[in-house]
Design a protein around this ligand. Structure first.
Ligand code: FAD
Ligand code: EPU
Length: 336
């Protein structure tokens, strides 16, 4: 059941070629339990979904378990909304399409995000004005130490911008097995993110359906984000920094045009893509990796790059941006 000493290249969207000591997939909680029973006491464990938010900087000297728990289930339904549950191993975009086909609204702005349903709460995935916390109902996760299933409601997850308890206090302690969402039968279209409005105009649509919004989001994403099947990447490598207003004012003295948006507790969010581009990194190639030419927030593997090379590139960018703007970028991707 375990495969030994296998390459993880097909299992991470950066396409980094490192090995794992032992590897297996599981498609049910029973299979997961039985695999964990055979895990050695101090053997490191990595739970993997689609591998679209990890950078592997070295071989994984332990056990990698890939989640393939499938299936959708309608948990409850009334005139206005449904609660729908998905196995954590379902492909996120397939789940979104399935909901759209059934006329369930709420996930259309999150179309085409790579990865699995199970990883979506890890960093509260978000795009085009929506985060999963907006539609999240609960998740069921297997606690590794007690071998018990626990249910987490929205408040238990402490969702924030690209954050949840599973990335912090409960890091590596739970395997998310099922996730449930509360979706609407009466579409509440959200086109607040400017690019959606202009894309819909381009498409000649004035009263958009949820399918139109999904298609607009897909078109925008395809126009600037590299397809991992063609060019290795993990989406935004850094978070957009949330900083004090006073620092924004300081940056504005030299760069009055700096893009900045309201954030929590009176702070401001800066566009990391703009900071990286203005620091001169957009489109730069360093050995076999680089900064994408259309989206400076995305680091790419042009082929044969190691995780360490990508990591070192990210460190240089962090240093440069800090020296230029006094803002320290934080990595969004999970470094392993
Ligand atoms: P993985 O990379 O497999 O895992 C990520 C982390 O979660 C790891 O630490 C892993 O151990 C853990 N994990 C995975 N599954 C489980 C589980 N079932 N239980 C416990 N822990 C688990 N993200 C956004 O938020 N918005 C975007 O717009 C966006 N665009 C992207 C565009 C591209 C081209 C790419 C490549 C990535 C993009 N991402 C985006 C990032 C990525 O798609 C998401 O973070 C996604 O949720 C990762 O899913 P995954 O299954 O691939 O996770
Ligand atoms: N910008 C530049 N140069 C660039 C890229 C961006 O100047 O090369 C500036 C522009 O001012 C632009 C602004 O940044 O208006 C915002 O750009 P964009 O709409 O592309 O969004 P982003 O901030 O770069 C974030 C998320 C994406 C998500 C999009 C759409 C983060 C870290 N990234 O990117 O998420 O898809 O918004 O909502 O929050 C991911 O997390 O992997 C990811 C791709």
């Amino acid at each position: 059941m375990f495969r030994e000493n296998i390459s993880l290249k097909p299992f991470n969207t950066f396409g980094i070629d490192v090995n794992a000591n032992r590897f297996a997939t599981f498609s049910s909680v029973d299979e997961l339990t039985s695999l964990l029973r055979r895990k050695e006491e101090n053997e490191p464990l990595l739970i993997l979904g689609g591998g679209s938010n990890v950078l592997l900087t070295k071989s994984f000297d332990g056990l990698v378990l890939k989640n393939e728990i499938k299936g959708f289930e309608l948990i409850s339904e009334n005139e206005n909304e449904v609660i729908i549950e998905s196995g954590a191993g379902e492909v996120w975009h397939q789940f979104v399409l399935n909901c759209l086909e059934n006329g369930y609204a709420g996930l259309e702005n999150l179309s085409l995000i790579p990865g699995s349903v199970g990883a979506s709460p890890m960093q509260n995935i978000g795009a085009y004005g929506v985060e999963i916390k907006d539609v999240f109902e609960y998740l069921d996760a297997f606690e590794i130490s007690t071998r018990e299933m626990k249910r987490f409601k929205k408040d238990d997850c402490q969702f924030g911008y690209r954050e949840s308890v599973f990335k912090n206090i409960y890091k590596d302690q739970f395997v998310i097995c099922r996730v449930a969402f509360r979706l609407s039968k009466n579409a509440k279209i959200n086109t607040s993110y400017g690019a959606i409005e202009s894309e819909l105009q381009k498409m000649g649509i004035s009263s958009p359906t949820i399918h139109d919004v999904s298609n607009a989001v897909i078109a925008i994403r395809q126009s600037k984000l590299p397809d991992p099947a063609v060019l290795g990447n993990a989406g935004s490598f850094f978070k957009n920094p949330v900083i004090d207003e006073s620092l924004v004012e300081k940056i504005k003295l030299t760069y009055p045009e700096v893009p900045n948006y309201p954030a929590e507790s009176g702070k401001r969010k800066l566009a990391a893509g703009w900071l990286i581009e203005t620091a001169g990194w957009k489109g730069k190639i360093v050995e076999t990796c680089g900064v994408h030419k259309l989206q400076a927030l995305v680091l790419v593997n042009y082929g044969g790059s190691t995780g360490k090379q990508v990591y070192n590139l990210s460190s240089q960018i962090i240093q440069d941006v800090e020296a230029k703007f006094g803002v320290k970028l934080e990595r969004e991707v999970n470094i392993l």
